[in-house]
Design a protein around this ligand. Structure first.
Ligand SMILES: Cc1cc2nc3c(=O)[nH]c(=O)nc-3n(C[C@H](O)[C@H](O)[C@H](O)COP(=O)(O)O)c2cc1C
Length: 203
């Protein structure tokens, strides 16, 4: 049973969450878990201006995903930073290249799940995940979120991401806040939850 964690990260927050999602998925017996980045679409000069070049070096060794790889997975867990309350353009462009998979119904019945990151607490985490789900449903995927069985999403004693739609983190307007222990626990829970369901479907 193969789980792909497919993500884009500009400053490392989604990368850190992706590692935790993969860790959680690896807890499930028989799960083969791979991490993949979607291709960058911005020119280096723009990335430099955005202060992303140095940050992206930390995960440059993660292989870039091909569209065909999606068809070989039993479950795909997508991670994206928010752009104006939606997924980032790099992810959108990658998904817009999956028309051939859609035509063949290659993702029908696979498990799909999403995690996200915003700069600010109410910056659109839920709209990003829910609007992402629309694409997964067009592909016929079985959408899985982060159940309230992960009780950390109900915490009020600290500022935290987390939603029934998927794990989230709050990066800060300067990217100064890395995922908290609670947010990483949510990501691990989501990874394990998705892999458990995919294993049942495969079995
Ligand atoms: C063009 C652009 C649009 C953004 N839109 C939002 C937004 O709507 N809400 C928000 O809270 N953060 C927004 N952000 C901040 C990013 O979501 C934040 O940098 C990201 O979640 C950090 O994750 P990363 O380090 O994995 O890239 C935006 C950033 C950019 C560059």
């Amino acid at each position: 049973m193969k789980v792909l964690v497919v993500y884009y990260s500009m400053y490392g927050h989604i990368h850190r969450m992706a590692e935790a999602v993969a860790e959680g998925a690896r807890e499930v017996a028989g799960a083969e878990v791979e991490m993949r980045r979607v291709p960058e679409t911005l020119p280096v000069e723009v990335l430099e201006k955005m202060g992303a070049v140095e940050a992206q070096k930390a995960f440059a060794e993660v292989p870039v995903c091909t569209v065909d790889e999606l068809a070989s997975a039993d479950a795909i867990i997508f991670g994206t930073p928010t752009r104006f309350g939606n997924m980032c353009g790099q992810m959108r462009q990658f998904l817009d290249a999956t028309g051939q998979l859609w035509l063949k119904g290659a993702l029908v019945g696979k498990v799909g799940s999403v995690f996200a990151s915003t700069a600010v607490q109410h910056g659109g985490q839920e709209s990003t995940i829910l609007s992402f789900h629309v694409t997964l449903l067009h592909h016929g995927m079985i959408v899985v979120g982060l159940p309230y069985a992960f009780q950390g999403q109900m915490r009020l004693d600290e500022i935290t991401g987390g939603s029934p739609y998927g794990a989230t983190t709050i990066a800060g307007t300067e990217g100064q806040r890395m995922p908290s222990d609670n947010e990483l626990a949510a990501a691990r829970f989501q990874g394990e939850h998705v892999a458990t369901i995919a294993a049942r479907l495969a079995g």
